[in-house]
Design a protein around this ligand. Sequence first.
Ligand SMILES: [Zn+2]
Length: 353
Amino acid sequence: MARRSPIVIAGQRVGPGQTRTIDLPVSETYHGEAVVTPVRVVRARRPGPRLLITAAVHGDELNGLGIVRELMFDENLRPSAGTLMCVPVVNMPAVESQSRYVPDRRDLNRSFPGSPAGSMAARIAHTIFHGVVRQADFCVDLHTAAVQRTNYPNVRADLRNPGARRLATAFGCELIVSGKGPEGSLRRCACEAGVPTIILEAGEVWKIEPSVVEIGVRGVRNVMIELGMLQGEPARPVYQTRVEKTTWARATLGGLLWFHVAPGDLVEAGQPLATNSSVFGEGRAVLIAPCDGIVLGMTTLPAVRPGEPVCHIAQPTRSLASIRRALERRGDSLARRLRRDLSTSVHVTEPEA
Ligand SMILES: [Zn+2]
């Protein structure tokens, strides 16, 4: 895995033992000034794998920037072998406009591997993909839930790809959602190009959430240890399960929601998830869990119309009973903090008897 070929980004070479921040031109403003995205390359003297961390492919998903910032400041995370490459802002024009999308209204994460003569999104994708991604051996792409939703931290990976499976397991989230990702997504195209890639989905848009940053940094550190880039003991989750299927519980009535579960909670089929009432508290309906599972994501908007998604339930391949036993045997303070922090976005109460 220790490639000997040089690392060259935007014409600049990074040799063994060097750390460089390189501005990669990705587009131009209306008056023709270069729009650049910074790429940080930290290369150890000892050869080893090249791990790429990317964030803000969607411009409103800022948690990944918080994770990269910690990775850059923490001397303990300097690789002792191999190379850590970070692109904290893949989609610079979208971050500048606080939007998920490129200014041409395309989704950059459906535009990979891109094209040098295509749309604005296709050109940015092409520059990032050929200029950076293809020089990596592995990649972790950092995301959050879409607007008005939050995600309990989970990794998503094509588990038939051995490299992606290795990263997903090592990262150390409790939940690994299986799937190769949508057509045109960075992770799917990178895997197809021989760069095993997983994504982290954690928290909300427009925030840098401390406990999400913590699990992201912990996960990257775990991956670096797995790849032989760092010495140390990985931090393992209390339980880990694959998820092959997820289901949205949707509102049956229009109204306001009082939630009875928080992100990360274990739920059984038939258990109340949320109570839906009119603005005066009338017309109550209780939304129940359609299946056994774990709360993977939730709406953060407490007002719904019929059919709108309320609660995203992950159906684990491992039994809930065995997960429950594992949680009883050993506490996980970070997982507990995550459940508490993420549920501050939603009002969680006990269901009425
Ligand atoms: Zn995203």
